[in-house]
Ligand binder design. Structure first.
Ligand code: ATP
Ligand code: MG
Length: 653
């Protein structure tokens, strides 16, 4: 563990109170929010228990809110029974049957509006089809689909019959798919012939065939949705078309009564930091936090058009596409493709044409669209937007300011939401009509979330002292375990503090006003001449320079200092010839020294056209660290858009 605290060097003092126009129509005001905090602190169990009664429809009510007898394997609402799909669909039919649930837009431009009634019927038909294929409660089903409505239908159908789904992102390789199939021992795989992405057809079925040919003995059936009409092979006795599987299936399917803590899904984390872990989530607790964060953080209302751009392959696409918006009866957008087809205006075009009011995306997308320039978003009517959100990585203050100014037109609050696959839903985030935001801070923990920053003894640190981000009380949507590996669950998340605090794995500080600032991952902390520095602040200082679009910082072993600061930089303009530009390097070094202090000055800067990212768009600092050391690259680099980048990063091109 850390020897001393992590030093903070970033000084960001800009404040943005919510605009009047936003506050006028928001559901949650100061008074109501304060009442929530008070209740959570006075009676924690009653706080969550009452919310669970209010927000969820139960088949059998629970008698105990929290069972902590086998901590850290906490059980919420343990003897209650409900069905998640019922809570997302059936209960909307009474008042909202004809309301649009999903506006789907394919990358080629095809558009569909699907009402709650139609979605309900689609889910029931497909749930019956799954049953016909022999899928029962507790069976695992792998979903390897493009970002189309049917991906959500498949997830909801599993939930309806009590099968445990595990969605694998459509961009993952055969190898990654095979690992996940084998770890879950899935009986059935749902895929598509292909999906449209980046102007190409992604051959999902072919990749699935490759994965299954390498083992995967548990798989009996493959259901194939027809999306692109590309050529595929259908294996006799194993493969069946989605439309054939649905033949003669009824549009009614009784929802299976599930115990509150029966697993709803498994989701493997992206692996930014190592071997993927199958994060297991519950039914009731998970859905509860999905619902209450839709209300508290997204202020979701009857007329909103909600768009979370995340793929269903990530937790964000579970909580804020497949479950949260439906459970509150919202209208949402599902867009199949990438933000840059046919050009970097696509997201804004979708927002303008469908009158999107709430838009939620990742810093990596914001930085990429920012790099494309202000003129592009300015071509579109973004006046329907009222709230913006971000998730996935710390957002650099300059990217935040661009989002605020150019997309939000200084009218829309920004909710910077800190959470993880493991936490199930937002944990630290602004409440948009109440919180005064600061660029780069995810602000405060939500009601009922006991987040803190502590040292290695578990003691809370003072203002602006960097340390371990922990959650000191269990919460409903928390991870239940790592699938099939209880020990790894304990070792990863509860290793210190007598196993009482959940260790998030991120470093953070809390400022004098109680705002959280994520500083990076614990594993990425640099140690320069005895000063422990997070990656986020140095990167943000670099991005704040007018010529820099994106930056990643890692430590490189250094004889005297222990580690030196090594920076990879993507410039807004052209990459300098051969990746060398001494003038720019001197300027950036001086800039960082001036912005945050000489200790953080990069010793070396390498320029590239892009940075290596995980499939969910996060910077792969682990890979960059290896490159900085001059080590052989052993990591999977198949995610790199352009293999030539690797040579650039290594300083060989
Ligand atoms: P793995 O755990 O396999 O390495 P991962 O951590 O990238 O993968 P996720 O669960 O998708 O997988 O990401 C959660 C992490 O993303 C957080 O721990 C944090 O490091 C980062 N993160 C998410 N949202 C924010 C945010 N708003 N601000 C800062 N960091 C964030
Ligand atoms: Mg993680």
């Amino acid at each position: 563990m850390a020897q001393n605290n992590i030093e903070s060097t970033l000084h960001e003092n800009r404040h943005f109170p919510p605009s009047e126009s936003f506050c006028k129509n928001s559901a949650l005001n100061h008074k109501k929010l304060d009442a929530l905090y008070v209740k959570a602190s006075e009676d924690y169990e009653a706080f969550w228990g009452d919310l669970a009664k209010q927000e969820l429809d139960w088949i059998k009510p629970f008698s105990k809110t929290l069972d902590d007898s086998n901590a850290p394997f906490y059980k919420w609402f343990a003897d209650g029974e409900l069905n998640v799909s019922y809570n997302c669909l059936d209960r909307q039919l009474k008042d909202n049957a004809n309301k649009t649930a999903i506006i789907f837009e394919g990358e080629p431009g095809d558009i569909q509006h699907i009402t709650y009634q139609v979605l309900y019927e689609k889910v029931c038909v497909f749930a019956n089809a799954l049953k016909k294929q022999g899928i029962k409660k507790g069976d695992r089903v792998i979903i390897y689909m493009p970002m189309v409505t049917e991906a959500v239908v498949a997830m909801q159908a599993c939930a309806r019959i009590g099968a445990i789904h595990s969605v694998v992102f459509g961009g993952f390789s055969a190898e990654a798919l095979k690992d996940r199939v084998e770890d879950t021992q899935a009986k059935l795989v749902i895929t598509a012939d292909g999906g449209h992405r980046g102007g190409k057809i992604i051959p999902l079925k072919n990749t699935a065939d490759q994965a299954l040919s390498k083992g995967c003995k548990s798989v009996e059936t493959v259901i194939v949705f027809q999306r692109c009409n590309n050529d595929i092979n259908m294996q006799d006795g194993r493969d069946i078309w989605w439309h054939d599987a649905e033949q003669e299936q009824s549009a009614e399917c009784e929802p299976e009564p599930m115990n509150a803590s029966d697993p709803l899904f498994l989701l493997y984390t992206s692996g930014s930091t190592g071997k993927p872990k199958g994060i297991q989530h519950s039914s009731a607790g998970y859905l509860l936090n999905a619902i209450n964060t839709m209300r508290w953080v997204f202020d979701i209302q009857e007329k909103d058009v909600f768009w979370c751009t995340a793929d269903v392959g990530w937790v964000t696409g579970h909580t804020y596409v497949a479950y949260g918006p439906l459970a509150v009866g919202a209208t949402m957008i599902i867009y199949e493709g990438v933000p840059t087809v046919p050009d970097a205006g696509r997201f804004w075009d979708v927002c303008a044409r469908h009158h999107v009011t709430i838009f939620y995306t990742a810093p990596t997308a914001i930085r990429a669209l920012m790099k494309a320039g202000d003129e592009i978003p300015q071509r579109y009517d973004l006046s329907h937007l009222r709230l913006l959100g971000t998730v996935g990585e710390p957002i650099n203050p300059e990217a935040w300011m661009w989002y605020h100014r150019v997309i939000g037109q200084e009218r829309c609050p920004i909710v910077d939401t800190w959470w993880q696959t493991e936490t199930g839903a937002h944990m630290i985030a602004p409440v948009p009509a109440v919180t005064v935001t600061k660029p780069g801070s995810c602000t405060r923990a939500l009601p009922g979330i006991d987040a803190a920053v502590v040292n290695e003894q578990g003691e809370a640190l003072g203002p602006n002292q960097g340390g371990f981000l922990v959650i000191r009380k269990p919460w409903p949507a928390m991870i239940q375990t790592i699938w099939g590996d209880d020990q790894r669950y304990k070792d990863t998340y509860w290793p210190y503090f007598d196993g009482k605090y959940y260790l998030a794995g991120d470093s953070a500080r809390i400022d004098e006003e109680g705002y959280f600032w994520i500083m990076g991952r614990i594993d990425d902390v640099l140690n320069v001449s005895g000063h422990r520095l997070g990656t986020m602040e140095i990167e943000s200082a670099l991005v704040a320079h007018e010529s820099v679009a994106e930056a990643a910082v890692v430590g490189k072993p250094h004889e005297v200092k222990g580690e030196s600061v090594f920076a990879y930089v993507v410039l807004k303009g052209e990459r300098p010839e051969g990746g060398v530009d001494e003038d720019m390097t001197n300027e950036l070094r001086a800039w960082v020294a001036e912005q945050i202090g000489p200790i953080a000055k990069p010793d070396e800067i390498r320029y590239s056209d892009n940075l290596p990212k995980t499939r969910s768009g996060k910077i792969m600092r682990r890979l960059l660290r290896a490159i900085a050391k001059g080590e052989e690259i052993t990591q999977d680099t198949s995610t790199l858009e352009n293999e030539g980048i690797l040579l650039q990063l290594q300083g060989k091109a």
